[in-house]
Design a protein around this ligand. Structure first.
Ligand SMILES: [Zn+2]
Length: 584
């Protein structure tokens, strides 16, 4: 593609074009015309995805000591009845009366009238807005009907039983809740703790028209962190409390202020912008993780959802957003404070006790009031009614009885007048060794596919009219390219032996001997290979090769056999490029 064309297209078009041409991703089922909201990842795209997933797993599972599971995409209907998704997981949809196409009502209002935040409006209010603002079908200009609710879950049946209504999961979270007790035990009852999962999810989006940004099948990377709401302190907060977050709070938004404030994690907690320390801690890690993918901090923000924008289970949600040239701010992660909503609902619907027992450091001794009826005196006073009186006293509140006896000299148990000589109020010591409770949950949830797109957008740079994908070293899908400078005189054979040696050293290597050396460098830059190694005539004499840097195009020379350990250190960020050899 020439320089002229590069400038004419927006970044989104350039990335989609590159992604298709070089094998990152493309629409699924293209030979049949494609299907909206579904994409295939090619060799480079799936390699990039695995690297991003591995990095996420390293930061949020391995380094945290969390427990990772893998569970089915197909989920029993009862699970989503309990979780509230059958009732609440809906969008509002409007049908065109003329062409019968269906659209998301809030998206049409945003696109045609520039009015955002209409998620909270009722079906009638949306319909009224359609008429007031002349919202029409974007396809044929036809008139739109009254919006209806549409549940976004894919329906299915487990087994050959059409009457059984089951679902494709729209989030990976529910299996973390239904497995909560088992994982708590498998983790030797360590608390607080978290369960993590990376996996596919399905949402039957009404009219996705944003390529890889809005998919009907996508990969979620998420974990549920369980903690005691009465002991919400995060001991790791110190590690992140100076981290600056760009926050757009719901309070600000409701006053029409859309400018994020920059506050440290510590300040965000002190000002009450974030409700729990653990959520603040994970938001800081989230910022660091997204930054490590090459997305600058100033292109990130945390957008607190307004009450009507939040999911039904959430007490507070911050969307972690990244700025995309074509789409504006897009959510790449959600941080939700789900409280005890899900575990409580599953406890009610399944009958499983989801409480955990937490021993106190020291047993707590409390004094408890107890009533001791004096049976002889009651027998004398109430005769045949004595048993009734004793039963009523057993149900009475000891403190009410005590207060009444002190203030009025008697207590009325039903129709019976109880006097101080009929009952003794004593204080007993009770020893409690711990408490039983349902944990609260904060949930960080990342969209792998959107992160891939955002990573591509920020890696995408141009140098002298050519595209260079500047992936961070640790997520580049291919690490090394090996080229013979010409395809003759034994150079390809030598280059292949270098290729095999580096592959055996666990590098991801691409071998390329087609076209001019300049074109091969350009191809490697365009798919973001950080290092290119070239075998030339000198190599045949002294076993040295040239090593070229993708970002600066600088070259150094070194012997083949000293390269593997140096390159390993380079990819781990321990060496700079000019330390890989002597300048050429
Ligand atoms: Zn239409």
């Amino acid at each position: 593609m020439g320089e002229q064309n590069l400038k004419a297209q927006g970044k989104y078009e350039r990335i989609v074009d590159l992604a298709r041409r070089r094998g990152f991703f493309w629409p699924s089922y293209e030979i049949y015309g494609g299907a909206g909201g579904l994409i295939d990842f090619g060799p480079l795209g799936s390699a990039l995805k695995r690297k991003i997933e591995a990095k996420w797993r390293d930061v949020f599972v391995r380094q945290q000591g969390f427990l990772e599971i893998e569970t089915p995409v197909v989920v029993l209907g009862r699970v989503f009845e309990a979780s509230g998704h059958v009732e609440h997981f809906t969008d509002k949809m409007a049908e065109c009366g003329k062409c019968k196409r269906k659209w998301r009502a809030d998206h049409l209002i945003q696109e045609q009238a520039g009015i955002g935040g209409t998620e909270g409006l009722s079906l009638e209010e949306l319909y009224a807005l359609f008429q007031k603002r002349g919202i029409h079908c974007p396809e044929c200009g036809g008139e739109l009907g009254k919006p209806q609710y549409f549940n976004l879950m894919f329906k299915t049946s487990i087994g050959p039983y059409a009457e059984s209504v089951d679902y494709g999961r729209p989030e990976a979270a529910q299996a973390m809740f239904t497995n909560f007790k088992r994982l708590y035990e498998l983790g030797r009852e360590k608390f607080p703790f978290a369960i993590a999962q990376i996996g596919h999810c399905l949402r039957n989006e009404i009219s996705p028209r944003q390529g890889p940004i809005r998919l009907r099948e996508f990969t979620i990377m998420e974990f549920e962190f369980f903690f005691d709401p009465e002991d919400p302190h995060c001991p790791k907060l110190k590690e992140v409390e100076g981290e600056v977050l760009r926050i757009l709070s719901a309070a600000q938004k409701s006053q029409g202020d859309e400018r994020p404030v920059e506050v440290t994690v510590k300040e965000a907690l002190e000002h009450g912008l974030i409700k729990t320390e653990w959520q603040a801690y994970f938001m800081a890690l989230s910022k660091r993780f997204v930054t490590s993918l090459g997305i600058p901090p100033e292109k990130q923000r945390f957008d607190e959802k307004l009450p009507w924008e939040k999911a039904h289970y959430s007490a507070q949600t911050y969307d972690h957003e990244v700025y995309a040239e074509r789409w504006g701010w897009i959510e790449v992660a959600g941080h939700s404070y789900r409280t005890d909503f899900d575990l409580k609902r599953h406890a009610e619907k399944s009958g499983e006790d989801m409480r955990i027992f937490k021993p106190y450091e020291k047993p707590v001794v409390t004094k408890k009031l107890v009533l001791k009826p004096k049976k002889d005196a009651i027998g004398k006073a109430f005769k045949s009614e004595a048993l009734n009186v004793i039963k009523l006293l057993a149900e009475a509140s000891p403190s009410d009885v005590e207060t009444s006896l002190q203030k009025r000299g008697c207590y009325l148990a039903g129709p019976y007048k109880i006097l101080p000589e009929h009952v003794e109020v004593v204080r007993q010591q009770v020893k409690e060794t711990g408490k039983r409770f349902i944990p609260h949950v904060v949930e960080p949830s990342f969209g792998a596919d959107r992160l891939i797109y955002a990573t591509l957008e920020y890696a995408h740079t141009e140098k002298k009219g050519r595209v260079v994908l500047k992936f961070p070293l640790d997520i580049a899908p291919i690490q090394l390219a090996v080229f013979p400078v010409v395809s003759k005189d034994g150079l390809p054979e030598k280059a292949l032996s270098v290729y095999q040696m580096l592959s055996a050293e666990n590098f991801t290597v691409d071998y390329d001997d087609s076209g001019s050396i300049g074109r091969r460098y350009a191809r490697a830059d365009e798919i973001g290979v950080p290092i290119a190694i070239t075998i030339d005539y000198k190599t045949l004499q002294d076993n040295t090769v040239t090593v070229r840097d993708r970002d600066t195009w600088a070259q150094v020379r070194n012997t083949i056999k000293t390269l593997p350990p140096l390159l390993t250190q380079y990819f781990q960020g321990e060496l700079k490029f000019n330390q890989l050899g002597k300048p050429v």
